[in-house]
Design a protein around this ligand. Structure first.
Ligand code: SF4
Ligand code: MG
Length: 326
C-alpha cells in the first residue's frame, strides 16, 4: 500500500475576541496537532464524542475551512500551498459526503441539477453528455434516470444519501471524507448505504476518511481507526486490534460502551466521570487526566507524545514509554 495523504501537526484554532476593539483573549483549539497518514484504498475512521474536532479535521484537510497550522500532503501535492484556482481544480480529487447532503442545497433544484452542477463547473460537457453522465451516476448508486427530474423532498433519507454519494463521485475523485454519512438513517438503511460505499470503494479505487461517533458502524466499514479527544488523536490502530485490545484509557472507555460486545474482547463497561473539558481551556499535561481512571502524577504535568507503542499502533499516553517526551 502506498500513502495517499499525509497530515502533519494540523491545527484549527478559532480566536476568541472580546471588548470594543475585539482583542483576542484566547482560542478554541478545535483541532490541536493532528498527525496521520491515509493509505491508498483504505478506510480510515475518525471517532470521538461530538466536539472532539473530528469534523473540523476532515474539513480542514479539504481546506473547506482554512487550517491554522500544519502540513497536508495529498498525492505529493502540498495542499496548503495551492491558491484558490489551483485548489478548485484540486478539489475534483478530494470530495466530501455530508450527513444530509440536501440540507445545504436549494430545495428547488432537481436531482439532475444537483448532479450536473459539479460537471458544469469543472468540465466542458455537452447537454447530451450531461444527461448521460447524470444517468450513469444515478445507476452507480442504485437509483435510475427516472429519479433525475425529482426534487429532494421526494426522496427518503437513504435515497438522499445515495444522491449525496453520486454527487461526490461526479468528478471521479480519489479521496472522500465522509462525515457521519449514515448517522441520520435508520439502522436497516445504514447497512445498505455502507455496503454501497464499500462496493464503490472497490470499483473505483476510492480512499475514505470516515468520520463517525458510532463504533458499530466504524467496526464494519474501516480498516484503521483514529480516536480523537479534545482536538487531538489519542490512539490510532488497525480496526480489529483496537476493538480487541484498546490501549488508551479513553479508547477503552469508548469501546466498553459498544452495545454489540465482541465475544473475543473482555471489556468491563467503564463509565467516565465528568464531562469533556472546554477546548478553549484544555487541561495541562494529558487533556484526559481529570477523567482518566489510570491517571498518574505525571499526567497532569506533562503532555504525552503521540507515538508508535506497538507495530502499526500509535498512542498518546504515559502508560506507554514511547509517549515520554524527549
Ligand atoms: Fe490517563 Fe495519564 Fe494516559 Fe492520560 S497519560 S490517558 S491521564 S494514564
Ligand atoms: Mg461533527
Amino acid at each position: 500500500m502506498s500513502t495517499l495523504l499525509e497530515v502533519r501537526n494540523l491545527k484549527k484554532h478559532y480566536p476568541i475576541k472580546k471588548g470594543l476593539f475585539s482583542k483576542q483573549v484566547g482560542a478554541v483549539r478545535a483541532v490541536d496537532g493532528v498527525t496521520l497518514t491515509v493509505q491508498k484504498g483504505e478506510t480510515l475512521a475518525i471517532v470521538g464524542e461530538s466536539g472532539c474536532g473530528k469534523s473540523t479535521t476532515g474539513r480542514a484537510i479539504l481546506r473547506l475551512i482554512e487550517p491554522t497550522d500544519g502540513e497536508i500532503i495529498f498525492n505529493g501535492t502540498d495542499v496548503r500551498s495551492l491558491n484558490l484556482e489551483q485548489l478548485r481544480k484540486f478539489r475534483t480529487d478530494m470530495q466530501m459526503v455530508f450527513q444530509d447532503p440536501f440540507a445545504s442545497l436549494d430545495p428547488r433544484w432537481t436531482v439532475q441539477q444537483v448532479l450536473e452542477e459539479p460537471l458544469i463547473t469543472h468540465e466542458n460537457v455537452s447537454k447530451t453528455e450531461l444527461k448521460q453522465r447524470v444517468d450513469q451516476l444515478l445507476e452507480v448508486v442504485g437509483l435510475s434516470s427516472y429519479h433525475a427530474g425529482r426534487y429532494p423532498h421526494e426522496f427518503s433519507g437513504g435515497q438522499r444519501q445515495r444522491i449525496g454519494i453520486a454527487r461526490a463521485l461526479a468528478l471521479n475523485p480519489k479521496f472522500i471524507v465522509c462525515d457521519e454519512p449514515v448517522s441520520a438513517l435508520d439502522v436497516s438503511i445504514q447497512a445498505q448505504v455502507l455496503n454501497l460505499m464499500k462496493d464503490l470503494q472497490e470499483q473505483y479505487d476510492l480512499t475514505y476518511m470516515f468520520i463517525s461517533h458510532d463504533l458499530s458502524v466504524v467496526k464494519f466499514i474501516s480498516d484503521r481507526v483514529g480516536v480523537m479527544y479534545l482536538g487531538k488523536l489519542v490512539e490510532l490502530a488497525p480496526t480489529k486490534e483496537i476493538f480487541q485490545e484498546p490501549l488508551h484509557p479513553y479508547t477503552k472507555a469508548l469501546m466498553s460502551a459498544v452495545p454489540v460486545a465482541d465475544p473475543e474482547a473482555d471489556l468491563q463497561r467503564i463509565v467516565l466521570k465528568g464531562d469533556v473539558p472546554s477546548p478553549e481551556n484544555p487541561p495541562k499535561g494529558c487533556a484526559f487526566h481529570n477523567r482518566c481512571p489510570a491517571a498518574m502524577d505525571i499526567c497532569s504535568k506533562i503532555q504525552p507524545v503521540f507515538a508508535e507503542a506497538a507495530r502499526g499502533r500509535q498512542v498518546a499516553c504515559h502508560l506507554y514509554p514511547t509517549s515520554k517526551p524527549e
